[in-house]
Write a protein that binds this ligand. Structure first.
Ligand SMILES: Cc1ncc(COP(=O)(O)O)c(C=O)c1O
Length: 386
């Protein structure tokens, strides 16, 4: 059912690419979009730039299709950190307000909140919970709803968490967290860099106020592309912390400085953007991710992980296994030895995996196949024991 062809995913010629949680390969037709855009610029100058609005609106229509959210609630961004910074710095926080997050978040969803301390806000970090009881000191795992409930107070304004933790692969149950936040009037802000394109993401069903993610992981887009979602109510709360020509209704009438802000997600696309990247990301989302049901993509990823698990020596390469609702595209593995050496040895065999937070990460995407999973398991099995 999935088109896993080498024409679409030329990386497969040389590499079993199981690092889609890192820097995933660019979708081949996305690369065509970048080349076509650049070529048109050399020949016509402003030609493709004139299609500005249309490129961005078609990207947003695809995002709407993928997530079931309204297209006008999306903004095209450079990366997750840019979006989180716009959100965190623009949010009305007063002395004593609290933001709840998790102790091992990726920096793009940590520092934007940390710096809110200068406004007198408190960043409250949920600790690790280890339901299995074999957590090595300092090795991240995940957090619990019980801890979140205990941490929430009447000063909590924001819960800012990743859908999927970049180290252990722990996935939050966002429907549950969203319900919790909605009942208490807390804004839920989610980093979806490790989930959008791999797991279903439904911001409007799950009471998510805002979310941000990168285009260059599971969405197979260019490095330097990202997305932001804001609900209309949440957007209305945000102050403008970065401004430029593109935030106002009067468009190219640049000498009209009336403070007449756009109301939809375009207001955060403050100035010129990487249009060819937006075109590439839009092509990948519309042509690949909107073609499949996100639940089928997720199930194929899990099936491929299971092929790996059925082959690898799980005593030597111990998987971090979560309950189904906390599972994700990242299968974290605990093993002895120097992880960067293991990654390098596999790379020499044409197998790309990654390591973060003390784990080896096996992160197949739907375009991988069973043979690639088996090759990875066998290559790990053939490494000398340390
Ligand atoms: C959870 C998470 N958020 C964000 C990012 C990337 O952030 P940015 O788009 O700011 O580069 C990563 C990259 O590994 C990540 O794992």
């Amino acid at each position: 059912m999935f088109d896993k062809s080498i024409e679409l995913f030329p990386i497969k010629q040389e590499t079993a690419y199981l690092a889609n949680c890192g820097n995933a390969p660019l979708y081949s037709h996305g690369a065509d979009e970048i080349a076509a855009f650049s070529s048109a610029r050399t020949l016509t100058g402003s030609g493709p730039v004139a299609a500005y609005g249309q490129i961005l609106s078609s990207l947003k229509r695809s995002l709407a299709d993928l997530t079931g959210a309204e297209s006008e609630n999306f903004s095209f961004m450079k990366n997750t950190a840019e979006a989180m910074s716009l959100i965190a710095n623009g949010y009305p926080l007063s002395e004593g307000d609290e933001i709840i997050s998790y102790v091992h978040e990726y920096p793009s969803n940590h520092y934007p909140w940390l710096v809110q301390q200068r406004r007198g806000a408190r960043l409250v970090l949920l600790d690790d919970t280890d339901p299995i009881g074999d957590l090595a000191p300092g090795r991240p795992r995940g957090w619990s709803m019980d801890d979140l409930e205990r941490a929430a107070t009447d000063r909590t304004r924001i819960v800012a968490i990743s859908h999927v933790q970049f180290t252990s692969g722990f996935a939050a149950n966002l429907a549950e967290v969203g319900e919790f936040c909605d009942q208490r009037g807390i804004d839920l802000v989610v980093d979806v860099a490790q989930s959008l394109g791999a797991l279903p993401v439904r911001p409007e069903e799950w009471h998510i106020s805002a979310m941000a993610g990168s285009g260059w992981k599971w969405l197979l887009g260019p490095v330097g592309s990202g997305i932001m979602y804001t609900s209309p109510e949440f957007r209305a709360k945000l102050d403008m912390v970065i401004t430029g020509a593109n935030i106002v209704v009067q468009g190219t009438d640049y000498l009209d400085h009336t403070w007449n802000l756009l109301e939809d997600g375009r207001k955060f696309e403050y100035s010129t953007v990487q249009l060819s990247y937006a075109a590439a990301l839009g092509r990948s989302i519309s042509e690949v991710f909107c073609k499949y049901d996100p639940q089928d993509v997720r199930d194929e990823i899990f099936r491929l992980q299971d092929v790996f698990l059925s082959r690898v020596d799980t005593k030597r390469y111990r998987p971090v296994l979560f309950a189904p609702e906390h599972r994700s595209g990242i299968l974290a593995i605990v093993t002895e030895g120097d992880l960067s050496e293991i990654v390098a040895k596999l790379a020499a065999d044409g197998i790309c995996v990654s390591a973060r937070g003390g784990y080896l990460r096996i992160a197949p995407h739907f375009y991988n196949d069973d043979d690639e999973m088996i090759r990875a398991a066998d290559a790990l099995g053939s490494l000398p024991q340390s």
